[in-house]
Design a protein around this ligand. Structure first.
Ligand SMILES: Cc1cc2nc3c(=O)[nH]c(=O)nc-3n(C[C@H](O)[C@H](O)[C@H](O)COP(=O)(O)OP(=O)(O)OC[C@H]3O[C@@H](n4cnc5c(N)ncnc54)[C@H](O)[C@@H]3O)c2cc1C
Length: 376
């Protein structure tokens, strides 16, 4: 009698290896990876995904607060800039248990500020970025100074935040440190040129360079929101406000554009692409391949050998996302990719990837935007 067992059957009985069924329900991550959650039944999969869900973070300090750090920023369309978030993170990391992190925002703010480490949020909803009113903003900060007597003020050293910080410090007569590259509990480091740094004690107003703090905090703030006093009606001496002139996005320097529609080799219908750019009011950029082919001007090339852009919105259509292209968009806030290939490298950088043919998506988007404009 033969005792031979076929090899497959023997290994199956001796080694009950559980294999992942590639057809199981899966999620496509923002990085473009297809992820299968382990577990044989729906219940097991749910338990596994819950086990991997991020745990709730503890509150940094529940108070009571005797001291305060004030972070000031301008919100843009309800959002805080990355640099402002870093300033808040720096304030929260440095704050002692009895120090309250207060965020004063000029303009409506819709971000989850508790997750950023903020204990108290004060919003000047009546601030209108279309009007140039530096004296009113400085006076508003001086009122906050009188109300909260903060130990230190932190602002991003860039754009309107940097300007306001300088004005406030000079007009209030408090010490100021600009371009702060690193902060310790009592000291800070600022570049002094020629590869040298200055190590200085904390100033009352500190303007922070990009990258000064990591915004991924192990804790949250209390996130209590309270209405702010109205901006004072201050006299702006020597300033005549001519209002905001709307520029033509098509003629705007790409480095200054807030919204860019960029085309790559996957865009074949150029008239449709340009119609969409005009309709949505976007500046036009392109990948090097699209420029080399003569479809776009050299000045429109984005990437390592082209322009480095910092738009809030970057819509990349038919662009693979080669490393040289990604270098040019590293400072962009929201990247949306349209590509027929879900595994294209751009999907790893993009916040949202639409897997679709470029012409079909542009046509649908164009119709949607035109329809929206008609009903408005
Ligand atoms: C020294 C050096 C410097 C460089 N500098 C730059 C630079 O500054 N900027 C730059 O961009 N590149 C630069 N490059 C080139 C870079 O390496 C890539 O070759 C280039 O970015 C690719 O352009 P692309 O993504 O448009 O084209 P492709 O690589 O051809 O990708 C096209 C993409 O479109 C998708 N696609 C195709 N058809 C469709 C469709 N119908 N609908 C939707 N999607 C579709 C494809 O899936 C693909 O992902 C440089 C290269 C070198 C060596």
């Amino acid at each position: 009698m033969s005792t031979d067992i076929p090899m497959n059957a023997a290994s199956a009985s001796l080694n009950p290896l559980r294999r992942i069924d590639p057809r199981r329900p899966a999620i496509l991550t923002p990085q473009g990876l297809r992820r299968i959650v382990l577990g044989s039944s729906e219940g097991e999969r749910l338990a596994a995904s819950l086990a991997h869900a991020p745990a709730a973070k503890p509150v940094r300090s529940a108070g009571p607060f005797a001291l305060a750090t004030l972070v000031v920023t301008h919100a843009e369309r309800g959002s805080l800039s990355d640099q402002a978030r870093q300033a808040i993170a720096a304030a929260a990391i440095l704050a002692s248990a009895d120090t309250e992190v207060i965020l004063a925002v000029l303009g409506a703010c819709h971000d989850d500020v508790a997750a950023l480490g903020v204990d108290r949020l004060i919003v000047a909803e009546d601030f209108d970025a279309r009007h140039y009113q530096p004296a009113a903003c400085v006076q508003w900060l001086q009122r906050l100074q009188a109300d909260f007597k903060p130990q230190r003020w932190l602002l991003a050293d860039g754009g309107a935040d940097g300007q306001l910080g300088r004005r406030f410090a000079i007009q209030t007569g408090v010490s100021l440190a600009c371009g702060v590259a690193e902060m310790g509990a009592d000291s800070l480091r600022v570049p002094a040129g020629a590869g040298q740094d200055w190590l200085l004690p904390h100033a009352q107003v500190m303007l922070l360079a990009k990258g000064v703090a990591n915004t991924k905090l192990p804790f949250v703030g209390l996130g209590v929101s309270e209405p702010a006093q109205r901006l004072p009606a201050a006299q702006e001496h020597g300033i005549e406000d001519l209002g905001v002139q709307t520029g033509d996005p098509q003629t705007l320097a790409l480095e200054e554009a807030d919204f860019i529609l960029a085309a790559g080799n996957g865009v074949t219908d150029l008239p449709l692409f340009h119609s969409l750019a005009v309709e949505v009011g976007a500046a036009v950029g392109a990948s090097r391949v699209a420029v080399d082919d003569g479809r776009f001007a050299r000045a429109q090339q984005i990437g390592a050998t082209g322009k480095t852009v910092s738009a809030s919105g970057y819509l990349a259509i038919g662009i693979s996302g080669a490393v040289q292209h990604l270098q040019g968009i590293k400072d962009c806030r929201h990247v949306i990719a349209v590509n027929v290939d879900a595994s294209a490298p751009i999907a790893r950088r993009a916040d949202l990837t639409v897997v679709e043919d470029s012409s079909a998506l542009m046509q649908a988007l164009l119709e949607l935007v035109r329809h929206q404009k008609e009903v408005q």
